[in-house]
Design a protein around this ligand. Structure first.
Ligand code: C5P
Length: 210
């Protein structure tokens, strides 16, 4: 490989994307949000009027840069569809090479669920970023522009927490490439940490390995 590979895994809305982007910038490496690949496949399945649990391998095989650049991949229903297509071994298989090739040239930071366990078991640095469901739900609520002083804010956050838990359970419980902590991963619990704190801890760990 032409450069280091840094794997950032963890459950939904734990702060993986924020960290991975900042790490990539600090270390001058390309960054790939692998969740986007599964979201794009889920989106295409929904567009085709298909149940996301039905075979979606064909969508994964013909993913285009335009599919990945769509602005409607962040919607909650797309996240649920992504989780369903991501449980299909054939879909995952179709996306393995894309992910490996991305880092092949000069190394990369990749965030996802199985980067340190399946895609790059020999990654130079493995980080597992996590936080309690309540913390993650609140962060996602604020990220989506939610107003904490709104009368129904609590109910909305509670609903998001439920959705996150359902998705985590599916991602952790699936047979193929479940979400799990790699044996050699550094776990960072972000409940009481700022994004700057998380970056500092991750960089300190990475620099010992690089
Ligand atoms: O990270 P993000 O929330 O965008 O991921 C959406 C869904 O894609 C996850 O819930 C998971 O089911 C799937 N995914 C995956 N493996 C990855 C990245 C995402 O299975 N490496």
């Amino acid at each position: 490989r032409g450069g280091p590979v840094i794997a950032v895994d963890g459950p939904a809305a734990a702060g993986k994307g924020t960290l991975a982007k900042r790490l990539a910038q600090a270390l001058s490496l390309p960054y790939l949000d692998t969740g986007l690949l599964y979201r794009a496949v889920g989106r295409l399945a929904l567009d085709a009027g298909q149940d996301p649990a039905a075979p979606a391998e064909a969508f994964a095989q013909k993913l285009s840069p335009e599919d990945l650049a769509r602005t409607d991949l962040r919607a909650p229903e797309v996240a649920q569809a992504a989780s369903k297509v991501a449980a299909q071994p054939a879909v995952r298989q179709a996306l393995v090479e894309t992910q490996r090739r991305f880092a092949g040239e000069c190394g990369a930071v990749l965030d996802g669920r199985d980067i340190g366990t399946v895609i790059f078991p020999d990654a130079d640095v493995k980080l597992f970023i996590t936080a309690s469901p309540a913390t993650r739900a609140l962060r996602r609520f604020l990220q989506l522009g939610g107003d904490q002083s709104a009368p129904n804010a609590q109910a909305q956050v509670a609903e998001m927490e439920e959705a996150l838990k359902v998705r985590d359970a599916a991602d952790s419980g699936r047979k193929t490439a479940p979400l799990q902590v790699a044996a050699d991963a550094q776990v960072i619990e972000t409940d009481t940490l700022s994004a700057e704190d998380v970056l500092a801890q991750a960089l300190a760990f990475a620099r010992r390995r690089l």
